[in-house]
Write a protein that binds this ligand. Structure first.
Ligand code: GAR
Length: 189
């Protein structure tokens, strides 16, 4: 199974996947990384790991459709089977959904359907809920609405700051995402 990772920022989840592949905890390969953000630290991670990457900024294309088609072309050239969104902060549209049916997954830092959107950690913290967590799901045309593959919950302790919560959420993500990816690979066999 060839993985195509997509990320917009720091890329700690991408790093967890890179590390799991090198430790053979994931039995697939990482074919490439796609980012929409020239300042994303994930580019340094790609370079360091020797993984090919594409920087595709929407503004460099005539329209959204052309931008997404360029990403599809690249992912296909790299032979990608499973598209793994890891902090990719843009909505996935029809070109990608049509090219990779049931083969795009995302990680979200809340217990969907609670707190979808850009700030799942902050929204859960502000809402003062006692439980939040992490969701891995298939991507569909909605925002964080696709079929749920796995969830792990977390109790928010009364004395936690927002940073404490974020650190706990990221720890869960870095453990859960590689495990779910490997499970999907095993299910394909
Ligand atoms: C992660 O917490 C991920 O769940 C979140 O962005 C962060 C990226 O961190 N994604 C979303 O909020 C998607 N709606 P990273 O760049 O360090 O992996």
């Amino acid at each position: 199974m060839k993985l195509g990772l997509m990320a917009s920022g720091n890329g700690t989840n991408v790093q967890a996947i890179i590390d799991a592949v090198s430790k053979q905890e994931i039995s697939g390969q990482i074919s490439c990384i796609v980012t929409d953000n020239p300042k994303a630290y994930v580019i340094e991670r790609a370079k360091k790991a020797g993984i090919p990457y594409l920087l595709a900024q929407p503004k460099a294309y005539d329209n959204r459709q052309a931008w997404e088609e360029a990403i599809v072309t690249y992912l296909r050239q790299q032979g990608v089977d499973l598209v793994v969104l890891a902090g990719f902060m843009r909505i996935v549209g029809q070109p990608l959904l049509d090219a990779f049916p049931n083969s795009i997954i995302n990680i979200h830092p809340a217990l969907l359907p609670a707190f979808p959107g850009r700030d799942g950690i902050g929204d859960a913290y502000k809402a003062k809920v006692s439980q939040t967590g992490v969701t891995v799901h298939y991507v569909d045309e909605g925002i964080d609405t696709g079929e749920i593959i796995a969830q792990e919950s977390l109790t928010i302790e009364a004395d936690w700051t927002l940073d404490d919560l974020a650190a706990h959420i990221h720890d869960i993500e870095h453990d859960l995402y590689p495990k779910v990816i490997e499970q999907l690979i095993q299910n394909q066999k």
